[in-house]
Design a protein around this ligand. Structure first.
Ligand code: NAD
Ligand code: TYD
Length: 351
């Protein structure tokens, strides 16, 4: 991994990933962050590395075939880590088409550019030879597997059974990545991670939204009974897992990423209120999300045994640091929650 294209690098996980690889690895010569800067993309996340000679930002759309092709021609990447996506389930319920075009067609556009640029005989449809050492990594989600009942865990062979337009679009993208490997021999991996938390997460997702509202003494909108379960992982542990797959993962394989850390939403909300010394009376049970998945849980046996990755953070330590990060960055929160965010919040939580 020397010359890396990171798509969606101005978002939550992408910006943490860029910091992570620039801060921990000495093999990185160049990282290009290709991002459209939608409402979720924020260059403030990268302000401290703007002048790092190894880092370049290019504003662009993953659905723009010409733009993506030119990017590959100009920078000659050996690695693609594809984060760019529409990522919020609630928005996908309001605007499914945007999710399908960005997440599925955008992925296919990148795969085509990588194939054309890396394939040694691009005109030969039978050739499966690629430049040595190249790799395309699709950053996916455990949500493609659908919902679990009280027991069981997702393994890499669990059938895909997505329930929201978001998870359906991610599952569709995963299928296209798989097909490019099977049909064209493109060297790919797919990672499917559980819910992330940590610095720079946009306050539309559970943890930063609840921290933000609690700090403002606003009500905390818990969907339904609040007993839905997610398997939370600190974003730095996700970044380390992606590096483990890029370094040691077998070509064509899927790796689930999770930290065996299942929590009910209500327990998380209570933890945040307790940490901020705010009353439980702020909790407001609101109408449930349509098609709400009850429980996710990752079996991480493959990545831990095959690649030796394991999470470094405990949930308690990760949450303490995350809450502190939001307390220490009021200007960041103020910038991302002004304007369009207020309109979204009113539309989303009007009842
Ligand atoms: P995010 O919404 O914070 O960031 C997405 C980024 O993609 C933004 O910077 C946005 O500007 C950019 N983007 C959107 N459309 C684009 C387009 N057409 N062209 C170029 N850039 C575009 O998302 P995130 O939470 O950082 O998630 C990143 C990836 O990880 C996504 O693919 C998501 O499905 C996956 N994932 C997220 C989680 C999680 O808990 N957040 C868990 C597992 C997997
Ligand atoms: P979210 O952070 O949107 O992630 P995902 O839906 O991808 O898992 O939501 C996490 C959980 O929190 C999910 O069960 C929905 C719930 N939730 C609420 O109860 N209230 C909220 O305002 C939000 C945003 C989420």
């Amino acid at each position: 991994m020397k010359n890396v294209l990171v798509t969606g690098g101005a978002g939550f996980i992408g910006s943490n990933f860029i910091h992570y690889i620039l801060g921990t690895r000495d093999d990185i010569q160049q990282v290009v962050n290709y991002d459209l800067l939608t409402y979720a993309g924020n260059l403030e996340n990268l302000a401290d590395i703007e002048t790092d000679p190894r880092y370049t930002f290019v504003r662009g759309d993953i659905r723009d075939r010409e733009g993506v092709k030119e990017l590959f021609d100009e920078y000659d990447f050996d690695t693609v880590v594809h984060f760019a996506a529409e990522s919020h389930v609630d928005r996908s319920i309001l605007e499914p088409e945007l999710f399908l075009t960005t997440n599925v067609v955008g992925t296919q556009t990148l795969l085509d550019a990588a194939k054309a640029h890396w394939k040694l005989a691009p005109e030969d449809k039978y050739s499966r030879e690629y430049k040595p050492g190249v790799r395309y990594l699709q950053v996916s989600t455990d949500e493609v597997y659908g919902a679990l009942g009280k027991t069981g865990m997702f393994t890499e062979t669990t059938p895909l059974s997505p329930n929201s337009p978001y998870s359906a679009s991610k599952a569709g993208a995963d299928m296209v990545v798989r097909a490019y490997h099977e049909t064209y021999g493109l060297p790919v991996n797919i990672t499917r991670c559980s819910n992330n938390y940590g610095p720079c997460q946009f306050p539309e997702k559970l943890i930063p939204l609840m921290i933000h509202n609690a700090l403002d003494d606003k009500s905390l909108p818990v969907y339904g009974d609040g007993m839905q379960v997610r398997d939370w992982l600190h974003v730095h542990d996700h970044c380390a897992a992606i590096c483990a797959v890029l370094d040691k993962g077998r070509v064509g394989e899927v790796y689930n990423i999770g930290g065996n850390n299942e929590r009910a939403n209500l327990d998380i909300v209570r933890l945040i209120l307790d940490a901020l010394d705010k009353p439980e009376s702020l909790i407001a049970h609101v109408q449930d999300r349509p098609g709400h998945d009850r429980r996710y849980a990752i079996d991480n046996g493959k990545i831990t045994s095959e690649l030796g990755w394991k999470p470094a953070y405990t949930f308690e330590q990760g949450m303490e640091e995350t809450i502190k990060w939001y307390l220490d960055h009021p200007a960041w929160v103020e910038h991302v929650t002004s304007g369009a965010y207020r309109d979204y919040y009113k539309r989303m939580y009007r009842s």
